[in-house]
Unconditional design. Structure first.
Length: 123
C-alpha cells in the first residue's frame, strides 16, 4: 500500500525500454510528476493495490499480440484498487474505493472506473 501522505506528487512507473529476457528495474523509469487536478465530472484516485498479470509481459513487447503494446515512456498499464482522494463528480466522494491503472494518482471521468462494492456485489 502506498503512503496516504504522498499527495503533492504522482509517482508513476513508465516503460523505459523493451525488456530482453526477464524485466529488470533498468527497463522502467520511476517518475514523480505533479499531482493531477480533477476537472468537472472527474475524480482523483490513489492506487492502493497493484495487479501484476502475466499478460503485462506481452504489453512490454513490441511483438504482435491480442493486446496493444505500451509505448516507451508511457505509464505501465494494469488494474489496481484505488481510493478517491478528490472529486468533482456528484456521484463519487473521497474515501470510496475504485479500480484504476498503474500510477499512484490519476484523474478520470466516471465511465473509466467501477465501484468496487458493485463489482463484487458487496452492497
Amino acid at each position: 500500500m502506498l503512503s496516504p501522505t504522498t499527495t503533492e506528487t504522482n509517482r508513476q512507473i513508465r516503460l523505459k525500454k523493451r525488456p530482453v529476457g526477464m524485466p529488470t528495474p533498468a527497463d522502467f523509469e520511476f517518475v514523480a510528476s505533479p499531482r493531477p487536478a480533477p476537472r468537472d465530472g472527474e475524480v482523483l484516485r490513489r492506487t492502493l493495490y497493484l495487479s501484476l498479470d502475466p499478460y503485462m509481459r506481452g504489453r512490454m513487447s513490441n511483438a504482435e499480440s491480442y493486446a496493444s503494446p505500451v509505448n516507451l515512456g508511457d505509464v505501465m498499464v494494469g488494474h489496481t484498487v484505488s481510493q478517491i482522494v478528490d472529486s468533482h463528480h456528484p456521484d463519487f466522494h473521497p474515501g470510496a474505493h475504485r479500480s484504476v491503472r498503474r500510477q499512484e494518482l490519476r484523474q478520470d471521468a466516471r465511465a473509466r472506473f467501477t465501484r468496487v462494492a458493485q463489482a463484487f456485489r458487496l452492497r
